[in-house]
Design a binder for this molecule. Structure first.
Ligand code: ZN
Length: 285
């Protein structure tokens, strides 16, 4: 956290470098030396229907194109894409702690990804935690004091099962009061404008999230709003939650990959979190 008494605004902003567009918290990188970034679909080498910055192996794209895209994105931040850690992403609620021996899992092949989890947590520097999205909600959490980062994949099942609550518990344990100092970044996902669901799902969600109806818009659900509520229920301070504004993947299908707008065959953007340098800008090791 900034040593000054002024609260810092960690807002996400859109940048385009070498044709590659992404949302980033620039203050988090400049002041805390921590990367929180959400990629968009432009600037890569993949062809239709994965054009062009597809970062996931599992969608049927050419493997070499995916590797090239991963290298392009990581290079923007002086990161080695071979140190990426990726998760299997099974729409569950399990979380994995990434240690030294996990570095590189999922970087070069789908098979080597961390199995059976939808969230990754690490305190290892220069280790980009990377999960993939095309409508589901990406969440990056940062504990600036202990210097721990996480990335979470939350589709409706993950939201229903409160995966972000599990991640917060793991990140701050055993000092639950640390949750108040966490920073959260909620990236591009399908919005309450477009995420139309059936009556059964609305009934399930209405029973489970009865405290508020801010997340329900007719037959559409705003998963990001429920995630925001869950972060606050887990002890986070509302002003520490930064949301990518006007980032509905389906409304803006020219900017983002959207599973629904792409009718099931499309690429994946990524949420990437990494600890880079010390906040006092010590030189890199
Ligand atoms: Zn929309």
């Amino acid at each position: 956290m900034s040593p000054s008494q002024q609260p810092t605004n960690y807002d996400l902003t859109l940048e385009t470098v070498s044709g590659i567009s992404y949302y980033i918290s620039r203050p988090l990188l400049e002041m805390d030396g921590i990367l929180a970034v959400f990629t968009a679909r432009k600037g890569g080498v993949s062809r239709e229907p994965y054009s062009s910055m597809n970062l996931a192996f599992h969608v049927g794209d050419n493997r070499k194109s995916v590797l090239k895209n991963r290298d392009l994105v990581c290079s923007l931040f002086d990161l080695d894409f071979r140190r990426m850690v990726c998760a299997e992403q099974v729409h569950g609620t399990k979380v994995a702690i990434v240690g030294k021996r996990d570095i590189g899992k999922g970087a070069l092949s789908l098979e080597s990804s961390v199995r059976d989890v939808d969230a990754l947590i690490t305190d290892q520097p220069f280790t980009p935690l990377t999960l993939f999205f095309a409508d589901c909600v990406p969440v990056i959490l940062v504990e600036p004091e202990k210097r721990v980062v996480s990335v979470t994949h939350a589709g409706w099942r993950g939201v229903y099962g409160n995966i972000v609550g599990n991640v917060i518990k793991s990140m701050v344990s055993p000092r639950s009061e640390l949750a108040a100092g966490l920073l959260a970044f909620i990236g591009p996902s399908i919005g309450g404008c477009c995420y139309q669901v059936g009556g059964d799902l609305i009934r399930m969600f209405s029973q489970r999230f009865a405290n508020s109806k801010n997340w329900l818009h007719g037959d559409r659900i705003d998963l990001g709003e429920i995630v925001r509520m869950q972060l606050i229920e887990s002890g986070m301070a509302a002003p520490n939650i930064y949301i990518c504004e006007d980032c509905c993947t389906s409304c803006h299908n020219e900017v983002f990959f959207s599973h629904r707008a792409g009718r099931g065959t499309t690429g994946r953007q990524a949420a990437i979190a990494a600890i880079l340098r010390k906040p006092s800008s010590h030189p890199r090791p």
